[in-house]
Design a protein around this ligand. Structure first.
Ligand SMILES: CC(C)(COP(=O)(O)OP(=O)(O)OC[C@H]1O[C@@H](n2cnc3c(N)ncnc32)[C@H](O)[C@@H]1OP(=O)(O)O)[C@@H](O)C(=O)NCCC(=O)NCCS
Length: 115
């Protein structure tokens, strides 16, 4: 049964501006080491970070409760498919996410199901 859905959109340039103004501490508050490593390994680092930010917010909306964004981690499986884990989430809940980025925007959608 679907328990919740969430969606978010991030303007990559605006996000990049926030990173430039607020620096590394801002990034460390939002992202885990593995998320930073993934995005920094890509040519368009800010796009992948903006996408991860959108994915975290979409998960938070699907969960329906405010959460520290760093406690939601976005990784990618062997095929590149994004996977979300939220610490402290009920083990009977499964999160599925999808990410896209194009034209200066990053979009993510999350669905939470009760198993
Ligand atoms: C999946 C794919 C079509 C997306 O390509 P695209 O339209 O250029 O890229 P978009 O901007 O729309 O989406 C990029 C996001 O797709 C997601 N993605 C990548 N591979 C994926 C996959 N196999 N399944 C689901 N999502 C995938 C990632 O989250 C990626 O963003 P990230 O690197 O920041 O995490 C492309 O990566 C691909 O062809 N992959 C290999 C083939 C494959 O596994 N296809 C099956 C999926 S239908």
């Amino acid at each position: 049964m679907i328990e919740g859905i969430g969606i978010d959109i991030v303007d990559v340039e605006r996000f990049k501006g926030a990173v430039e103004r607020r620096g590394e501490r801002f990034l460390r508050r939002l992202f885990t080491d593995s998320e930073l490593l993934y995005a920094r390994g890509k040519k368009r680092t800010e796009t992948h970070l903006a996408a991860r930010f959108a994915a975290k917010v979409s998960v938070m909306k699907a969960v329906g409760a405010h959460q520290n964004l760093r406690s939601i981690e976005i990784t990618n499986d062997g095929s590149g498919r994004p996977v979300a884990e939220a610490s402290g989430l009920d083990k009977n809940l499964r999160i599925s996410i999808s990410i896209t980025h194009d034209g200066g925007l990053a979009v993510a959608k999350a669905v939470i199901e009760r198993l």
